[in-house]
Write a protein of this length. Sequence first.
Length: 461
Amino acid sequence: MLDTVEVGNSLRELIQNRNWDQLRGRIRGMNPSDVADLIIALPPEEEAFVFRVLPKDQAGEVFSYLPPDHQEELIAALTNEQVRGVLQAMPPDDRTRLFEEMPAEVTRRLLATLSPDELKNTSWLLGYPEETAGRYMTPKYVTIDPKMRAGEALEHIRKTGRGMETINVVYIVDERGKLVEDIRLASLVLADPNTPVMEIQDPPMVSLFATVDREEVLKAFERYDRLALPVTDADGHMLGIITVDDILDVAEQEATEDMQKLGGMEALDAPYLNVDVFSMIRKRAGWLSALFLGEMLTATAMTYFEGEIAHAVVLALFVPLIISSGGNSGSQATSLIIRSLALRELRLRDWYKVFRRELLSGVALGALLGAIGFVRIFLWEKLHFTDYGKHYMLVAFTVWASLIGVVTFGTLAGSMLPFILRKLGFDPATSSAPFVATLVDVTGLCIYFTVALFILRGTLL
């Protein structure tokens, strides 16, 4: 494994000594992702030195692995000719995402460096709606004619395959540009040279429309276990391909969005440091305001039971314990169900199975936490740490019974909300842990004081 710190220090020595030939030799045989890590680890003023000694093809690959903030710094440090070389060496899909992520003034400079053909390809990809398959495809793929034989097809691939995104999969396209079939290169190589390509046995073709959402693209890759998938228009004309390395980036972005939504906010849709403070406030303020308004109901509930609290002040001591336990159990349940729905381990029809499991789990967990609370009240009274009054046993039973009810409700609410949102067509991740916790806070207070009224009536109340 590459020791980034050690190698980075040796590269810094070469940079400081202006030994460009040795610097070029050190990084020439390295993996592009490792070179990108080294550039990230260097001080900003030294990043461009490493990048300038890279061969054009390697520079384009390395640039693709850099985060947006480092890409922007390098663009500012390089000449227009160097930027043009980097962009031309980048795959079209990576270049398109670069333009999406850069500020407008940087994008204008980048577009100005492209050749007419590259500008046409980039503008074409940018013409598709955001987060659709069209934004992630590349027009660099290998096609063969359906009338070819295996030997002819291999010879054609040798002549046309250089510089393509991948040749692991070859696409059979007719004279009208329609996708007929796809075939793995391994199947083509192993076939008899005289076998017509349309007769070679291969798994059934799977294709995507350019307008499908990227989540559907991700599901297709997971379902069919492909290295690349072709993209077509509504009439079946071949437009491009999406490769698995690009879809891994999509999976990471989707997981990041879900995690941010679970935290009770809008998805940032950009690296943290690339989001300006105003946008950060706007994306967080909406949910925080909604949750704050929801928590106001807690104060309303407390006001409703003000008389009971005045008669038995000891009850107020356990309010944080009760509502936090319900919120924690609800957060656990909603996180488990949201992830299971995302991985398609659960379907909407499974809601009743989940309801039964979470009902049992909620009762058991509530009884466990209630028992802990009961023992704590009993011991603190006996050891004279706290004076809960002569009815301390009834108070302990109240806490125990309340925790069973609150935790059970929390687990049921947390597990059922994702199903309800999915049924209504919303993203289940929006039933975030803070939202569930707020809901359970209010209901938890009602359950707690209702149980207290039942158990403590005639004694403390």
